[in-house]
Design a protein around this ligand. Structure first.
Ligand code: SF4
Length: 372
């Protein structure tokens, strides 16, 4: 990157998206082309969806779950309850005003590499990473000993540049699916109406299609502080099973085979600064397991709500990375004292929500499953 300021770069890239021409100086004007301005437009959309997923605002409703919320529920039901209230009433949050550099870094890398896959433009990919970085320009995450963790905007843009080589070397048989409406299958949001008064929301990073076999695959991007990634971290994750409903819908839309699909975890280590590819095969039969699993979690939530008691799990107070739960010392207080007068809103329906690309009903999914 040259020595211009961040504002100069944004101004230059911004003007490209409006005019389709470069505002750079003569010495660099030949770098940009007409296709670059299209790529910059895609970068803006992808970075916005990566860092500000609009459907996420809906997950503060009391009757909405998601993969991360259910992971929280499994960790500690009381923490799940408090985090729900915190999301619904952010001014009461103990972490209000703090910048989360893990999120900023993850979103920047995610937006950058998705943009590269969708556009093939390194410039657009780096621009997307910069837009998705929601933290001070020069912020750097350090560990408890004050050592560099490899998480900063500079390192995020390095990851994006490295991804261009990774994509060319390992992913050349794959391309990003283009939906019939012209939208690239990147950052797709979906929801399932479980017809029990609860809705489960999710999103898919990217849906890919093999250029030769036509097979579909879901790309799940992750960043990790581990140097080496153990496949057991992701192999049985229920997150990937929920994707089957969207893969099936896309297969019907584009006339592909959606019976079986792969989930490709593309994991970037902030320590080794390398990407790893971890592919896992999934079948439609596993979708039935996922639906059953979510229904069981919903039944637990129904019980906690009915008896007005969310149990505490003391083994979760000190997290796996050595951080103490934000609610330690206060989770024993009444919820009404922590959030005076607060109530969780109820989502009435998911039909017509603009923030969703796909919506499903449980009975339709079950009927489709039984026909197979
Ligand atoms: S401090 Fe422990 S028990 Fe309390 S909410 Fe957090 S994880 Fe649960």
């Amino acid at each position: 990157m040259d020595n211009r300021t961040k504002q100069d770069i944004f101004a230059s890239l911004d003007s490209m998206s409006v005019t389709g021409t470069s505002s750079r100086t003569a010495s660099t004007s030949n770098v940009w082309s007409g296709s670059d301005s299209l790529a910059i437009g895609e970068a803006k959309v992808i970075s916005a969806n990566t860092s500000d997923k609009s459907y996420r605002k809906l997950t503060s409703h009391g009757n909405v779950t998601s993969y991360s919320l259910l992971s929280l529920l499994h960790e500690c039901p009381r923490k799940y309850e408090l985090e729900k209230f915190q999301a619904a009433h952010p001014s009461s949050a103990p972490t209000e005003g703090l910048v989360n550099l893990d999120f900023a870094y993850g979103h920047a890398v995610g937006a950058g590499i998705q943009t590269y896959a969708a556009t093939g433009s390194v410039q657009a990919a780096i621009f997307a990473a910069m837009l998705a970085w929601k933290a001070p320009w020069d912020a750097m995450k350090v560990n408890k000993q004050g050592a560099d963790t490899g998480k900063s905007l500079t390192y995020a843009t390095l990851a994006v540049e490295k991804f261009a080589y990774f994509w060319e070397e390992h992913m050349q048989d794959w391309e990003v699916v283009v939906l019939p409406n012209g939208k690239k299958a990147v950052e797709l949001a979906f929801a399932v109406d479980f017809q029990n008064g609860r809705y489960h929301f999710g999103h898919i990073d990217v849906v890919l299609r093999n250029k030769y076999s036509g097979a579909l695959a879901v790309w799940e991007g992750k960043t990790t502080g581990f140097t080496d990634v153990n496949p057991a971290m992701y192999g049985n994750s229920s997150q990937a099973l929920g994707y089957s409903v969207v893969v099936d819908a896309i297969a019907r839309l584009i006339g592909a085979n959606g019976q079986d699909y792969e989930v490709m975890y593309i994991v970037y280590s902030s320590m080794s600064r390398e990407f790893q590819l971890l592919p896992f095969g999934k079948t439609r039969a596993q979708r039935a397991e996922w639906l059953q699993d979510v229904l069981l979690d919903h039944a637990s939530l129904d019980t906690y709500e009915r008896i007005n008691f969310y149990p505490k799990r003391g083994e979760a107070c000190l997290g796996k990375y050595g951080f103490t739960c934000n609610w330690y010392g206060s989770c024993g207080m009444r919820t009404s004292s922590l959030f005076p007068g607060a109530e969780l809103k109820v989502l009435e329906d998911i039909q017509g929500l603009e923030s969703l690309d796909f919506s499903f009903k449980l009975d339709e999914l079950v009927a489709a499953q039984q026909q197979e």
